[in-house]
Design a binder for this molecule. Structure first.
Ligand code: KDG
Length: 319
């Protein structure tokens, strides 16, 4: 059986060969992006059976995405190829938020070319619930909610409380650029989060998306999930379990190369420790350690620390 199914759009990601505004960058390197496939790849690297569900075009970019994600050990057999719609791509500035390059986040640019993409055509009719519910955990993110009405319907369909539903994991992943042209407001993300069992949200994104400020207020706005993890960036993260008080675990200090992919890595580390039934503090530590690996590389995906190594690193916090 599959441990984790991750569903969402992946994109070919073009990363500039040097920092600077997109207007000035002369060349880009091809990589892959996509929050959900990032989680799937990291989990596969950690030894878990993972499946990624999405749609790509029949173009070369689609082939590259499927091959690159499969090469991480992820089951891509449920990915659909759409002959009529293209694979999404995106470009972003290098080194945004990096400690050494540009501390000023306002300099970061992300240019998406994904409207009308193969993945944006996902809907309950095209993605069977049995396939999405075929693992112990289904991991979704709020990016999908910004893509189309069909994608929003699919998320509601997959988060419905019905027999056979796996543990629903949801990373809010508010992407302001995607909501600017959406007919819906990002409050949809809160509605979806409330239908899930395990929710990850950044303190900054809760404020940006919903105007909700502070960890306690975030829990009050999202009371249903059995476990809510509020991330405080470099500071650490606070988990709100159903029983007992909140638990905060600080993050290790790292020399940040690029923050992209760190949230996905955090979710992957946390989910890996969850599958291993480790206690809550260890789940948070594994989230931080996997995120630390992603923070120190320019692309989305880093080799997560090997399990034994991560277990020893996680225990260091006890001393
Ligand atoms: O979490 C990283 C993702 O944001 C990136 O890979 C691209 O999925 C992406 C998106 O839609 O922003």
């Amino acid at each position: 059986t599959t441990d984790v199914v991750c569903l969402g759009e992946s994109l070919v990601a073009f990363r500039p060969v040097r920092p600077g505004p997109l207007a000035d960058v002369p060349a880009f390197e091809r990589g892959i992006g996509g929050a959900e496939s990032n989680v799937a790849c990291a989990l596969a690297r950690c030894g878990h059976r993972t499946r990624w569900i999405s749609r790509v075009g029949t173009d070369g970019f689609g082939t590259h995405l499927v091959d690159a994600i499969a090469a991480h050990g992820v089951d891509v057999s449920a990915v659909q190829r759409d002959p009529d719609r293209p694979t999404g791509v995106y470009f972003r500035t290098a080194g945004e938020r990096a400690t050494t390059l540009t501390a000023d986040r306002s300099l970061a640019e992300v240019a998406y070319y994904r409207a009308g993409s193969a993945a944006s055509a996902m809907s309950p009719a095209l993605v069977p619930r049995e396939t999405a519910w075929s693992g112990r955990i289904l991991h979704l993110t709020g990016i999908t909610a910004a893509l189309s009405a069909g994608c929003r319907d699919l998320l509601r369909h997959l988060t419905a409380r019905a027999p056979g539903r796996p543990l629903l994991s949801f990373d809010v992943n508010y992407r302001a650029a995607l909501w600017r042209n959406s007919p819906e407001s990002p409050s949809v993300l809160a509605d979806l989060a409330r239908r899930c069992d395990l929710v990850f949200v950044g303190e900054d994104e809760a404020e940006a998306a919903w105007g909700v400020r502070g960890t306690a207020a975030i829990r009050a706005a999202l009371p249903e999930p059995d476990l809510l993890v509020v991330k405080h960036g470099a500071e650490g993260a606070t988990a709100f379990p159903r029983k007992g008080g909140p638990l905060t675990v600080p993050a290790p200090a790292v020399d940040v190369v690029a923050p992209v992919g760190a949230g996905d890595a955090f979710a992957a580390g946390f989910l890996s420790a969850t599958l291993r039934e480790l206690p809550l503090p260890a789940r948070l530590r594994h989230g931080h350690l996997t995120a630390a690996a992603a923070l120190t590389v320019p692309g989305d995906l880093a080799e997560p620390p090997a399990r034994e190594h991560a277990d020893r690193l996680a225990a260091l916090d006890d001393t």
